[in-house]
Structures are given as C-alpha cells and as structure tokens.
Design a binder for this molecule. Structure first.
Ligand code: ADP
Ligand code: MG
Length: 605
C-alpha cells in the first residue's frame, strides 16, 4: 500500500448492493428462493419456474399474484425498498420478505427484467443491468395480474462469485431442492418447474398430505408417524418416519418455522436426540415438521438468507420437538419400514439364485411393480441396504435339522408368524398366512435386551448390586457438585453414591447390568454430559447410551443355534415390545415379504 492519505467515502449504491448480494445470493438457488417467496408474499396461486444451465444462464419465474403498479415496480429494484413492513415492526413479521434487498441485490449482479401488471391496469417492465436501471416501460403481458421475473447471467458483474459456482448439475439440484422445500409448506399453491426445456416438477394444488407424498413419494406416507404437540403458544405438526426409513443425508428433512424452511443446528440437534436410540450416526430420518410460534417469540432477522432463526426460548421449542417425536416413535410399536421388504426383493432380484431366464423375467416384473417412478430418491441410493448373504444356501450342510414341521401351526396369524427354520444360525424364517418373515436374531435380541433395561428403569425396578469393595472416584469441584446434586436421580438408576473426602465420591452400589463397566470412565462421561447440557434429560440419555452398549454385549450373537421354542419366544417378545422393528442402530430387525410379492418375483402374477 502507498503512503498517500486515503479518505473515507460513502460507497456508490451499486457497490453497496453488490456487497449485500454476497450475503443474500450465495448461488442460483438463493435467487430462486427469493423470487418464489416474493410470489408467495404477493398471494400467487400458481408459480412457474424455468431454469437454464442450472440457473446460471436463466432463471425465469412467473406468478399470478397481485402484481405491481409502475411506481412500485421502479421502487422494487432499489435497496431497502419493501412493502412488507407497514408498521416498521421487526417483531411482527408475517411475510417471507421484509429486508427489501433481494431484487436490488439480484439486479446489481445480473441482468434482471421484471414485468408486472395489477388487475384492470396496464403492464410495465423494468430492466436492471449490473445495477444500472432506467424508468419502467410499457409491456405486453397476457395475464390479468401477476409478475414475471427474469434473471440472466447471474453473477456476471461479480466474477469472484461466479468462479465459485459448482457444476451445472449441482446448482440445478440446489434449485430443485429450494422449490421442493417451499412447495412443501405451501400445498395450496401449484408449482411448475422446467429445466432446460424439460418439465421437472408439476405440483398441483393439494392438501398437506397430498403435497408430502408428491414430493417425498408415497413410500413415506406408509412409513410416517404423525407428530403433534402444543406448548405455551407454540405448536408443532407434521410427520416423521419410522427409524428404519432413513437416509444417508439430511436432504429429506423438511423443517419449517412459521412456514419458513429453516436450517437450524439447534433443531437438527433436537431431532438427532429424539432418534438417538434408534439410529446410528450418519443416518437421517425422513421428516416434515412445521413449527408455529408467535412471531414475537422468534427472530428471523439473523442472516440475510433468512434460513436461520433465534428462539426466545429455544429450550421450550427443542423440548417440545424431542418429546413429540419420541411419542410418535413410541406409537409405532414393532413396525419396521415397508420399504425394507421392497429392498429385500430388490436384492434378491439383482442376485438371483435361479437360472438366467428366470432372472430376466423377474427383472421385468420387478421394475414394473416395485419402483416408484417419481420417488425422490431411488431405493438403491437412499436407504440403508440390507446385507447380502455372503454364501449361497447349502441345504446339505445346514438345511436338514430345520426341516421338521410344527405339530400345530398356532402362530400363523400372529404379526410375526410362526418360526419355521433358522438359517446360517443367524436368520429366523417364520411363516405367516400372507407372507414370510425373516428376522435377524442378533439385531432383534439386542433391541429386546435394551428395551428390557429401559423398562426396568421406567418401572423403578432396576436390579441393583452392592459392591463388596466400594469404588472411589475423584472428580474436580464442578463435576463433583454436579453429580452430588443429582444423588437421588442416581439412586433411581441403581447407584448408591456419597461424597468421600474433599473431591471424591464413594460408589457402594451399581445397577447389576453395569457391574463390569469402568465407573471412573462412566462418572466422568456423565459429568461431562451434564456440564455441557445441564438438563435432567441428559442424565437419562447418558444412561441410555451406556445401556445400549451393554445391551449389545449381552444379546444373542448371530451364529447361535436356537430351538424352535426359543425362536417363537423371540418373535412373541418382539411383538409385545415397542421399537423392536429396528435395532439400536436403525437397521431393521426383520423383513416381511408378502406372499403376493413373492409370487410376482416368480412371475406367478
Ligand atoms: P422484500 O421481499 O424483502 O420486500 P424484495 O427486494 O424481494 O424485498 O422485493 C421488494 C418489493 O417488491 C416487495 O416488498 C414487493 O412489494 C415487491 N415485489 C417483489 N416481487 C413481487 C412479486 N412477484 N409480486 C408483487 N410484488 C413484488
Ligand atoms: Mg423478497
């Protein structure tokens, strides 16, 4: 830098707008979001979006909203010009927009044309080119009222941002995602999306459930649990999937606060906590949740992109979320995802044991009958795949012992049927009147053990074991105080603890199932957890985590041979145990193949 003095100056408006654009417009999808939200704010019933080159060349969005008159149109492209804060009250925002900077930002970094018409009046259009604009001119418009916004060459005026654009396909997917997210919360509005001349989405006006299944696919509805809660003026409504219906990314988690799609760490954390018992890391349950909260209790003015919020009382909101989702999951009982069976069939069909001619036959009937053509994510990418059997069945070796036939088939009508055989000392095969059940005995038993432990805690009947030699654990002052403050709670979980010396605790009794656990490690972990979260829930969670691990060690291993009675016992226990449809890591514990589906596999239907 040279030594000459530099004076402060106010930046020119276009530059100011471009700087703002850096925050409002991260990529084409952000422009799509802003423009579509404007259309909704204008009361549109029909919104039609066209994209070229992932939105980089062209974004064109038409709506049948109120439209704008000439003076409004001229103001709309200027910074801090909005019709949406009539009371100048930032605590009472009931529209998507309010910052009055989206159109100004888009106009400053792209070539923007807006044509608009209000009812019984002339149509006008205005053009902005990299921030320069003139007066509105008369336009010819076919519709009665509405607006058409065209954005060409986005970011041409900010080459630095242009360089950061991802591949066309990535940008395109982001745009589709944004539209799906907005459409989900506005089922009464119809949305059309055309990409490079080809129709991509055509969502008719519908009700909430109809829109959900149009966007996520019919499968979801079959595996969705209703979520409903109300708390101090706030309410929650929506659907969450049974835990086995999960994905490898959070893309299909639709979360809204007052109708606004939100990406919020706190809310995502709460969802993770709610499913923690049922899903391993890296798996995401599919869900659609609408949180409604008085606008004075939530601040949407956190970031220009408006996808983050701050709650006045975020604990209350997350508490509501966690308990409502857990209640929904509890209501599911032993239900596993219906798609699990489709998956199994898919796997069988891809690796058939039979001849090649049968293979090609089933391939046809399979793809006709089981694929959801417009399903948002095809099963082969989204869901957790079932493990393929590693070896071919060898009846000589393992088959004989399982051939006996039950004297009476008394369990045929039970939900999980009558155990008939065990294969590979790992899978229980059961017969039902209308199908076959295959159970992964290890996964199923692990879940039963875990649920048993939890029931012990819930019923205050935890088995306890006094320690012959009490264990002394040293803790720092903060942790010691924390633990001693919850002495009673620890007692409920089967521990007897008291202070010992200055900074140690004496443990003289533990829950029987934790006899072989390192108490030092355990108490430090729990104290850390308590320090971080500070709630009673986390004590419960800390224990549940420990139970989960020890349940895994105490279960029937895969590979253990079971008698017919043991197998049936396991099935009956699964039926009467909540959450037994998935193991502690969100994998299914059983798969059901419907007789009709099996018949299709063999071309009998
Ligand atoms: P904001 O939405 O925050 O007000 P924008 O820059 O997105 O800011 O839009 C500025 C103004 O232009 C809006 O307040 C609204 O009055 C008007 N406007 C924008 N898009 C439309 C539309 N599609 N139909 C009618 N009016 C619109
Ligand atoms: Mg806006």
């Amino acid at each position: 830098m040279s030594n000459e003095t530099r004076h402060i100056r106010i930046l020119p408006q276009t530059l100011i707008n471009r700087i703002a654009a850096g925050e409002v417009l991260e990529r084409p999808a952000s422009a799509v979001k802003e423009i579509v939200e404007n259309a909704l704010d204008a009361g549109a019933h029909n919104i039609s979006v066209k994209l070229e080159a992932g939105g980089k060349n062209l974004i064109s969005i038409s709506d049948d909203g109120s439209g704008m008159e000439k003076t409004d149109l001229e103001l709309s492209v200027q910074r801090h010009a909005t019709s949406k804060l009539p009371d100048e009250d930032l605590l009472n925002i009931n529209s998507f927009g309010f910052r009055g900077e989206a159109l100004a930002s888009i106009g400053s970094v792209a070539k923007l044309t807006i044509s608009s018409k209000i009812e019984n009046s002339d149509a006008w259009k205005i053009c902005v080119d990299g921030g320069d604009f003139g007066e509105a001119e008369p336009a010819s418009i076919a519709f009665e009222h509405g607006t058409k916004v065209e954005v060409r060459d986005l970011f041409f005026a900010t080459p630095a941002r242009l360089k950061f654009m991802k591949a066309e396909n990535t940008e395109k997917n982001q745009c589709v995602d944004v539209i799906k997210k907005i459409a989900m919360a506005n089922p009464q509005v119809s949305f059309k999306l055309e990409i490079d001349g080809k129709p991509k989405l055509d969502l008719m006006s519908s009700n909430q459930l109809g829109r959900i299944s149009e966007i996520i696919g019919k499968n979801f509805q079959e595996n969705a649990l209703e979520v409903k809660a109300e708390r101090e003026g706030a309410s929650l409504y929506g659907y969450c999937a049974v835990p086995t219906y999960n994905r490898g990314t959070g893309e299909e988690q639709y979360i809204y606060v007052n109708g606004r799609p939100i990406k919020d760490k706190v809310l995502l954390g709460a969802i993770k906590a709610a499913y923690k018992d049922f899903l391993g890391g890296g798996r995401f349950p599919v869900l659609v949740l609408f949180i409604n909260i008085p606008s004075c209790d939530v601040d949407v003015n956190v970031h220009p992109a408006k996808s983050e919020v701050r709650f006045r009382d975020s604990r209350a909101v997350t508490g509501m979320l966690v308990s409502a989702i857990r209640a929904a999951i509890n209501s599911a009982g032993h239900q596993a995802s219906t798609t699990v069976a489709d998956f199994a069939l898919h796997a069988i069909q891809r690796n058939p044991a039979g001849s090649s001619s049968r293979n090609s036959y089933s391939q046809n009937s399979y793809s006709q009958n089981y694929y959801q053509p417009s399903s948002a994510a095809p099963p082969s990418t989204g869901f957790l795949p079932l493990k393929q059997p590693e070896t071919e069945y060898d009846f000589q070796e393992t088959g004989q012992a399982q051939q006996e036939v039950a004297p009476e088939e008394k369990f045929l009508e039970f939900p999980l049927g009558e155990a008939k055989a065990q294969l590979h000392n790992t899978y229980i095969i059961a017969e039902k009147e209308d199908g076959i059940i295959i159970v992964d005995q290890h996964a199923a038993h692990e879940r039963l053990v875990y649920e048993g432990y939890k029931a012990q805690i819930d019923a205050d009947k935890i088995a306890r074991q006094p320690l012959l030699v009490p264990e002394i654990v040293a803790l720092d002052e903060k942790r010691l105080e924390m633990i001693l403050g919850m002495q009673e709670k620890f007692n409920r979980f089967g521990f007897e603890i008291e202070q010992f010396g200055v900074n140690e605790i004496k443990i003289s009794q533990v829950p029987s199932l934790l006899l072989n656990v390192s108490l030092k490690q355990l108490f430090n972990d729990i104290a850390d957890d308590l320090l971080e979260h500070g709630t009673d829930i986390s004590l419960q969670e800390a224990f549940e985590h420990i139970l989960e691990t020890s349940a895994c060690h105490n279960s029937i291993r895969a590979g253990r041979k079971l008698s017919r009675d043991e197998m049936n016992q396991l099935l009956r226990q699964m039926e009467s145990t909540p959450h037994s449809g998935q193991c502690n890591h969100g994998r299914p514990t059983y798969v059901e193949l419907k007789r009709a589906d099996i018949e299709k596999l063999f071309g009998r239907r």
